[in-house]
Each structure stands twice: as structure tokens, then as C-alpha cells.
Design a binder for this molecule. Sequence first.
Ligand code: MN
Ligand code: MN
Length: 403
Amino acid sequence: MSHPSRRALLAGAMVVGAASAAAAQDSNRSLAPIVGNKGGTILGPRNDGIAGQNKDFLHPPTTDHGAIPNLHYAFADTHVKMSEGGWSREVTIRELPAAVDIAGVNMRLNSGGVRELHWHKAAEWSFMLAGKARITAVDNDGHNFTDDVEPGDLWYFPSGIPHSIQGLPPDGAEFVLAFPDGGFSEDNTFSITDMFAHMPKEVLAKNFAVKTTAFDRIPDKERFIFPVPVPPPLADDTINDPSGKVALNMKFPLMKQPATASNGGSVRIADMRNFTISSDIAAALVEVPPGHMREIHWHPISDEWQYYIVGEARMTVFGAQSNARTFDYRAGHVGYVPKGMPHYVENTGSETLRFLELFKSGRYMDVSLKQWMANTPHELVEAHLNIDRGMLDKLSKDKQPIA
Ligand code: MN
Ligand code: MN
């Protein structure tokens, strides 16, 4: 009497076992370097989490070839520097050796948490990802600047100009900082606390015309990020500066700029033409709908540093002499493209892809493959590529950044 049910149970177990074995075999194959009759399974150690995020490494397009250096890095693979008040992490030339032009820092300040008064040799460019922050600076002529920044806002502090950033209620802020020097490190900045700790106290006393006891309680080392009481509303938190405010605004509402739109996507540019102070970094915020891509293009005067904000993407970089390599990206990744190398950025996910393109330059510049071909004698182009003339005649002569 128990036999049939036991047999059924066993049969059921066998079916389940077979199904899970088949599933495991499928995942073995899908996460193994096998394309057509090439490649083979992996018998040694595997890291399916990382492998699954890099499908174009595992199954590269057959057009990939040769040696292109690594051009992607995840902030999730970086060391986090933690303080009471927030955290930060960085992708520099030490993490991504190809990124000689720009280093990036991802920083979180809790409400009240302040990135202390400091300056550095490189200029600072930033994009607000979430929350709200108050930024301050005083320039070399004594002009001051205090303002609040929200998601989609940029700020720019010229090299050597002292500044601070503080997270505001209710939940502070998170942003990505970029510095036009791949060798930059957030650990190598000039901080007000560190400087006070390393000046003779009698010199401090003479400088400020007070007794040395005024400095009995100064910190003995850099504070970097630390909690401070939440400041009053902006209008009550601005010093009335007799020298006046800074001549060029250090804040720029990028998301409020008109976008260049094509095929459902958009590009918003911030460079010296509209964000006058930003002499060392030009930027674009790109949005690409699912199924579309940032068209094939290259940048004539500078390398490109990318930061992926939302979504998933892939990019092939062609490095001349038959060299090409395809990389996968997702939110929180940094990408890099050396000057002159053609590339596209294809949305491979199901949501609108959003990323930043940054350049160590005062001016945003790109060359569009399609626009170049459309405006070159078509019989000349046709003779090179043996492609249909009708296709060339139909190409838009205007730049359409999203294809
Ligand atoms: Mn700074
Ligand atoms: Mn580009």
C-alpha cells in the first residue's frame, strides 16, 4: 500500500533531481567560455557572480581581437574609507591604470556630516546623485560662495580654491567627484585640521594675533569627514562678504539644461560654453532608452571617463591595428576610453541607461561616424566599404548622438 506512493515520491524526486541537474548544466554552459564549437567548460574555480556581469568577456563578440587594456572598474571593488559622518571610495590610476586623465571619488555624507574645509592641486568637478548638500568656497580674491545642491546639480571648484561639502537633512547626500588627474587621491588633499596640526603654535598665534592657548584644543590630525550640527537655512548661513560673491557660479543645474534629443535618448552637455568656470572638465549626461545606443563616435582631443548611474550597458573600444575589446558596465561602474578610439555604448538592460561622459578639457567634443560619412562624397565612402549607396544617401547630416 505504501509502495505506489513511495515509488511516486521517488519518481518525483528523480524528476526534480534531473531538472536541477539540467539547470545546473545550463548555467555551467551559459557561464562557461563556449561560443559555437569554440571554448570549453570551466573545471577549476569559478565566480559566477562576477562572470555573469561580464558576459562580453566570457562570450566576446568575434570582432574582438588583440590587446586593449582594462577599461572598466566597479566602485564595489574599491576600499571604503569610513568616518563618523560618512564614507568615500575612489577609482584612480592605481585601480584603473588606463585612466591617466581623470580620477573619481564616490562620497556619502550623512545629514550634518561634513567633508572638512580643504583644497587640492587638481580642480574638483561633481555630480549630485542623491539627497541634498551645502557647498562653500572662497576664491583667491576673497569672493565667497555658499549654495545648496540637489540631484542633477554639478559643482566645480578650481584648483587650489578652498571648499567644503556638508550633507543636509533629511538624509544627507551622495555624489561622484572627478579630478582632472588620474593620479589624484582623496587621501592627498590639504585639510585645514591637518595644516593647523603642523604649524608651530606661536606662528598660529602671531598669524591670528591671539595667545597660543587659543589653539590648545585643535585636533592633532586630519578629520576628513566628521559630524557637525545641521546648518541653518541657506539665507541665514551666508557670510556677507565685502569683496562680494565669486564672479563665476560654481554650481550648475545640469538636469535643467535643454537636451539634444534623438531616437528617444538625450545628451546634456556642461562645458565652458554654459558652465563658464569649468575650465578643466567638460561633461555630458547621456540617457539611452532600452534597445538603443549612444552612436559610434570618438573624442578628438581628450580621453573619456565614464560613470554609470542607472542601467546596464556594453561598449566596444577599437584601438586601431585590429585591436578591439568589448566591456560590460552597470550602475556604479567607471568606464574609460583613450582619446581618438571609436566606441559605442549600447543599453543592454530593461531600463533607461544613464551615464556621465567626462573629459579633461574645457570643451566637449565628439566626432560622429555617421555624420562624417554623411558629409563626405558618397562615392568615395562607397568605394572603401562596398556598402549600398542608398544607405549613405539616407544618413542624417546632423549629429544624432543616440541611435
Ligand atoms: Mn575637494
Ligand atoms: Mn564617448
